[in-house]
Design a protein around this ligand. Structure first.
Ligand code: DOR
Ligand code: ZN
Ligand code: ZN
Length: 434
C-alpha cells in the first residue's frame, strides 16, 4: 500500500505535556476515546494526562482505574500521578505502577484538590527526585488567590476584568520561585505549566542559571488572546491562569524565541456548555479544548513569520520528548518516540468550528479563527490514526503508556538528612539559655 505525500511536510508528532481527559469521573466533559481522537486529529501523537479526575490519580488504586480507562486511547500517553498533602505514602507505588510524571496543584482549580503545604511539597519532591521523574506545577499560590478573591468579592466586583485582577501575576511568580527553591534543595526536576505572564520568566531564568532542572510551557491561548478577549468572549475565555494584558503576551513570545519557555502545551480542558457558558464569569468552569487546534494555530503563526518551522518542532515535540524522557533506544520500541509523525499541509486553509471538534467539549474561544497550515495525516508507531483529515476509527486502543519505558537521565538526589542539615545551617544560632 502506498500513499501520496507530495507537497506535505513531515514533522514529528506533537507531544502535549498538558491535557485533561476527565475520565474517570467527568465523562460528560470528555473521555479517553474522545480526547485521544481529538489529539489524533490535531497531529498530536503523545499526551500527558492530568490527575484531577474523580477519583484523582493520587493512589495506586486510582491509577489502576485510570489505566483501564486509558486502554482505549488512539495515541500514546503518559499518566500524571498526583502529589498532594496526604498521599506521600503513595508516591513510590505510583512510580512502580507506571506514572510518567507528577502533578502538583499549588493553586486551587477544577476538581477542588487542596494544594499541598510547602512542607509536604518538599518531602514529595525528595521522594520523586529519587526516581528522576519530572514534577509539573500548577504554579499559582492558593493563599494569595483566595485572599485577593475575597477582597474583590467584598468590593462587589463580579465583572470579567475582576477575574483577571484576582490573579495578578504575583500569584504565579511567587509559586514558581518557591517551587524552584524546593527543586534546588531536593534535586527534583520540575516543569512550570501554563506560563501566562512575563513576570514568571524571571524566576524561571534565574532557576535555570542556578542549574535547577526546570522547564516551562505556555499555551496557544496566552499567545493569541489578551485581556480584550473578556469583552468579546466572556466566560468562554475563562481559564486558570487567565489570559492577561498585552505586555505579558509580548514577553511570552520573547520567552519562546530566546528559549526561556521550552515548549508549547495546550491545557486541553473541555467542559460541558451548561458549565461553561454563563453570564456571570465567576460561576463558569475554567478552560476549553486545545489538543485538536494547537498545530493548525501555531503553523498559522509559522506562516505569518512569527516563528520558524524548526522552532515549532522544537517547542511542540523535541523539547517535551527530552523533558519527559521519550528517547529512542536501541532495540526497544519506545512509545512517543518511533514513527510518531504528523504530515502537514502548510498551505491548507481551514476555519475552526467548535461543532466539528472531536472533543466532547465543543466550546472554543478559537471559534471562527482562520488557520493556514494543518496536519492531514497522523501516524502513531507507524500506524495511521488520522488519514486525509479523518479519524481512523479502528485505531482505538492503539495508544500505549509511555510510563516505565521512559529513560530519564540518572537522578542525582540529595537526601532528607542533607536537606534538613542545609536548612539548619541557614538558621541563626539559638540564643543561649539565660
Ligand atoms: O483552566 C483550567 N482548567 N485550569 C486548570 O488549572 C485546570 C483545568 C481543568 O481541569 O479544567
Ligand atoms: Zn493548571
Ligand atoms: Zn491544566
Amino acid at each position: 500500500e502506498t500513499f501520496d505525500a507530495t507537497g506535505l511536510h513531515l514533522l514529528p508528532g506533537a507531544i502535549d505535556a498538558h491535557v485533561h481527559f476527565r475520565e474517570p469521573g467527568y465523562t460528560h466533559k470528555e473521555d479517553w476515546r474522545t480526547g485521544t481522537a481529538a489529539a489524533a486529529m490535531g497531529g498530536v501523537t503523545t499526551v500527558f494526562e492530568m490527575p484531577n479526575t474523580d477519583p484523582p490519580t493520587g493512589t495506586v488504586e486510582a491509577l489502576g482505574i485510570k489505566q483501564r480507562a486509558a486502554a482505549k486511547a488512539h495515541v500514546d500517553y503518559g499518566l500524571y500521578g498526583l502529589l498532594a498533602e496526604d498521599n506521600l505514602d503513595q508516591l513510590d507505588g505510583l512510580v512502580a505502577g507506571g506514572v510518567a510524571a507528577f502533578k502538583c496543584f499549588m493553586g486551587n482549580t477544577f476538581g477542588n484538590l487542596p494544594s499541598p503545604s510547602t512542607g509536604a511539597m518538599l518531602e514529595g519532591f525528595e521522594i520523586i527526585a529519587r526516581h528522576g521523574l519530572r514534577i509539573s506545577l500548577h504554579a499559582e499560590t492558593a493563599s494569595i488567590m483566595a485572599w485577593r478573591q475575597r477582597k474583590l468579592m467584598a468590593a462587589g466586583r463580579r465583572d470579567p476584568l475582576a477575574h483577571l485582577a484576582s490573579r495578578p501575576a504575583v500569584v504565579a511568580t511567587e509559586a514558581v520561585s518557591r517551587a524552584a527553591i524546593l527543586a534546588e534543595w531536593t534535586g527534583a526536576r520540575i516543569h512550570v505549566l501554563h506560563i501566562s505572564s512575563g513576570d514568571e520568566l524571571r524566576p524561571l531564568r534565574e532557576a535555570k542559571a542556578r542549574g535547577v532542572d526546570i522547564t516551562g510551557e505556555t499555551c496557544p491561548h496566552y499567545l493569541l488572546f489578551d485581556e480584550r478577549a473578556y469583552g468579546d468572549l466572556g466566560s468562554i475565555i475563562r481559564v486558570n491562569p487567565p489570559v492577561r494584558e498585552q505586555h505579558h503576551q509580548r514577553a511570552l513570545w520573547e520567552g519562546l524565541r530566546d528559549g526561556t519557555i521550552d515548549m508549547i502545551a495546550t491545557d486541553h480542558a473541555p467542559h460541558d456548555p451548561a458549565e461553561k457558558v454563563r453570564d456571570d464569569i465567576w460561576t463558569a468552569d475554567c478552560g476549553f479544548p486545545g489538543v485538536e487546534t494547537q498545530m493548525a494555530l501555531m503553523l498559522t503563526q509559522v506562516n505569518a513569520g512569527r516563528l520558524s518551522l524548526s522552532d515549532y518542532v522544537r517547542l511542540s515535540s523535541t523539547a517535551p520528548a527530552k523533558a519527559f524522557g521519550l528517547h529512542p533506544r536501541k532495540g526497544a520500541i519506545v512509545p512517543g518516540a518511533d514513527a510518531d509523525l504528523a504530515l502537514v499541509d502548510m498551505a491548507r486553509r481551514e476555519t475552526i468550528r467548535a461543532e466539528a471538534l472531536h472533543s466532547r467539549g465543543r466550546i472554543t474561544p478559537f471559534e471562527g479563527f482562520e488557520t493556514v497550515g494543518a496536519p492531514v495525516h497522523t501516524l502513531v508507531r507507524g500506524r495511521f490514526v488520522m488519514r486525509d483529515r479523518r479519524l481512523v476509527e479502528d485505531s482505538v486502543g492503539w495508544g500505549l503508556s509511555v510510563g516505565r519505558i521512559q529513560s530519564m537521565p540518572e537522578p542525582q538526589p540529595r537526601h532528607v538528612e542533607e536537606t534538613t542539615a542545609a536548612i539548619t545551617r541557614t538558621l541563626p544560632p539559638a540564643r543561649a539559655a539565660e
